[in-house]
Design a binder for this molecule. Structure first.
Ligand SMILES: [Zn+2]
Length: 63
């Protein structure tokens, strides 16, 4: 299992997928959605929306 590079929290498949999708397709280190939200300066809900959005598009990175 992958952990958040910043806070060390265990990452869900969706968090890894959204990071790959939004930051780097070939990333091997990831941030959880809270740290990613902080990194972008947006509310965590925005990351949730991205996950829902990408899943709705049928992105294969999302479980
Ligand atoms: Zn984190």
């Amino acid at each position: 299992m992958e952990c958040c590079e910043k806070c060390g929290r265990l990452l869900s498949t969706d968090e890894i997928a959204v990071y790959r999708r939004m930051v780097s397709r070939s990333a091997e280190r990831f941030l959880c959605k809270n740290c990613l939200a902080e990194y972008w300066g947006v509310p965590p809900a925005v990351i949730e929306e991205k996950i829902v959005h990408f899943r709705a598009m049928g992105c294969l990175l999302f479980g």
